[in-house]
Design a binder for this molecule. Structure first.
Ligand SMILES: [Mn+2]
Length: 320
């Protein structure tokens, strides 16, 4: 365990950041830690720097105060990097590089612990779960957890566990969630708004991706794709593609689901899901310089769709 507050002793300026294209876990964890640090270190200037989340996350307190201007040259006394390695943080990396101290808090098995101080718990469902433990390090810290902080951690946990459904949901995860819901926020509405609710565009691209899905290796692998032209046709952006790969995974007989979308000319993002702990898609992702977990992983590969699929399938065959 690490003592977050002690790590910030004497700090005048503290930053919190996470990975690019932040998901619910990253957003919730960063916002929760930032809110906590403002209370625990009132003498310090605390800032949170992540890509602006979409409007569904407005329910988290302080979402309007996220710093999105990276032009200022500041040397941070402490930079927290959450749910990520230090090299996946986009524009915030310039502050990580110059910070006097970097604290890395994560749960990705592919993260071996970076920065000056690190706390990586691969067994944890989410960065939110790891963070909650750290906030309970001392009773005095735990008492600083209020409804707003609890809500942000709750969002982090439900997003990385598929609303407490994926196999990474441990009894401990549920005990933490039990603590959190005691703060009395409207969790059914929260789940609907931040997790299940889809826009019309998202529903359309989901339909299109399912229509174009095709099986490989006798149906053990299900593949679908989306190119930039198709995304443009529907007016979809990359965040509209979330959930597609999970939908492919639940098709009967599928062991590995692969969704490939074009991020630029000859550039593809590969998202993978596995249906069991015996099939480790993070091995495939890591092979291509990406990362993730046993049952959910991703990477970026250059080339056209067919080249990328062939390369990926070569590795997928090895893990099946
Ligand atoms: Mn996460």
């Amino acid at each position: 365990m690490i003592d977050i507050v002690k790590e910030c002793q004497g700090a005048k300026i503290i930053g919190v950041t996470g990975h690019t294209n932040p998901d619910g876990d990253c957003i919730g964890s960063c916002m929760a830690l930032w809110q906590f640090l403002k209370k625990a270190c009132p003498e310090a200037d605390c800032r949170v720097m992540i890509e602006q989340p979409d409007v569904t996350y407005q329910v988290i307190k302080g979402i309007d105060e996220i710093v999105t201007d990276y032009t200022e040259d500041i040397r941070y006394d402490v930079m927290f990097v959450l749910d990520s390695v230090t090299t996946r943080c986009g524009e915030a990396e310039k502050y990580i590089e110059t910070a006097k101290k970097v604290v890395n808090i994560d749960h990705h098995v592919s993260n071996s612990g970076e920065g000056d101080v690190s706390f990586v718990v691969p067994e944890a469902s989410s960065c939110g779960e790891v963070l909650y433990d750290l906030l309970c390090y001392k009773d005095a810290y735990k008492q600083l957890i209020d409804q707003d902080i609890a809500l942000a951690i709750y969002i982090a946990i439900i997003h990385d566990t598929g609303v407490l459904q994926y196999s990474n949901t441990a009894p401990k995860t549920l005990r933490i969630v039990a603590d959190l819901v005691e703060f009395g926020f409207d969790f059914p509405k929260l789940i609907d708004k931040t997790f299940y609710e889809n826009t019309y565009v998202q529903s359309q691209v989901m339909g299109r991706a399912l229509l174009e899905a095709f099986p490989l290796l006798g149906g053990q692998v299900m593949v679908s794709r989306m190119d930039q032209r198709t995304m443009g046709f529907y007016g979809a952006v990359k965040s509209d593609l979330q959930g597609i790969v999970n939908q492919l995974r639940i098709i009967k007989g599928v062991k590995v689901a692969i969704f490939i979308y074009e991020t630029g000319t000859q550039e593809q993002k590969v998202s993978m899901r596995s249906s069991s702990d015996e099939v480790d898609v993070s091995k495939v992702a890591t092979y291509f310089g990406g990362g993730g977990h046993v049952r959910a992983a991703g990477c970026n590969i250059n080339g056209n769709f067919y080249d990328v699929l062939n390369a990926v399938m070569e590795q997928v065959e090895k893990i099946l």
